[in-house]
Design a protein around this ligand. Sequence first.
Ligand code: GLA
Length: 399
Amino acid sequence: MKSKRKSGRRLTHQWICLLLLLVCAPFSYGQLPDVARTPPMGWNSWNHFAGKIDDATIRGQADAMVSSGMRDAGYLYVNIDDTWEGKRDAQGIIHPNSKFPDMKALADYVHSKGLKLGIYSSPGPKTCAGFEGSYDHEVQDAQTYAAWGVDYLKYDLCGLREIMKNSGSPEAAHKIMVNAYVKMRDALRRTGRPLVYSFCQYGNDAVWRWGAEAGANLWRTTGDIMDNYTRMADIGFGQAGLASYAGPGHWNDPDMLEVGNGGMNSDEYRTHMSLWAILAAPLLAGNDLASMSPETIALLTNREVIAIDQDSAGKQGDRVSAEGPLEIWARPLADGSKAVGLFNRHPGPMEMQVNFHDLGFRNPVKVRDVWAAKDLGSMESHKVIVPAHGVVLLRISGS
Ligand code: GLA
């Protein structure tokens, strides 16, 4: 009798637990927000404007994202980088500085264009540009961002490094860093607003191994990009071996685009776009969208290149071969085809040949030249002159 009553109570208890779980789970901060199923696309203020941004700049970029056709090509996030931050009030609530009089109104404006708004902070007391960071104010800041209607947070290690340095050991420093990123993850999830969470700590401590678990939808794998071929190529080609860490919801981030900023020629920018697409990298334009040449627009909005980047299988590509400055990279795509980049890192044109057998295809394959938007027919191998610092990007499918 006694044991029957006991097991009855246990059952009721189990039902209550299950009910609580079902009701509360969607709101608990353990739940992953369903964002960034494909690598985030958008724009970020830093590469072109650095600290010279204000409310009008951001509105202007949002306008241009629509009028240039970038929104329709898939670019979505308008991301304010460093230098928007003002002071905290007596309650500790962060306020924007005088360049951004009303962040909520700005978010509403960006949303009214069918776009989303991103913002920037640091887990340290100060950001890289010396502005107020989120240290010890994570929950408050996450709530403030959510109340403004922010959809994306780039969280840049910077100021925390001082605190990590004083921790006494690399292990302790690592712990401080991971805990800081996890703290903001939990704070963001508690808001109930699905924000994209972007780690920026320059690839330290092999972030690709622990970033996703710590809540990152994307994590920078390197230091800052610059608008020149050498730096872009060092970063891009340096991504070999990281493919297995990326997937829907969590991406390697080799940094924002420099396309259109003027420091590279068209072949070099085509290399930049092609490599980032093969890498399933976030495509965050870093130029002034309000003054783009038709050529820059064409580079940024090429539908076939974007389709490779945004492929639904979410498998990052990798290097297949390298012979001196000639590198072949390939990325498997959802429909069974492959994106293949023939990259020439030499400062003069070079002949390259790819044998499709080496890429796992048995029979002749159908070959499309993506940038030329041309079907080349069915073949077993392909020989082509690749321009200096340039690329021939192919999409190949079994025939
Ligand atoms: C760091 C980041 C950059 C940018 C600046 C802003 O250098 O890596 O992407 O956010 O800080 O200060």
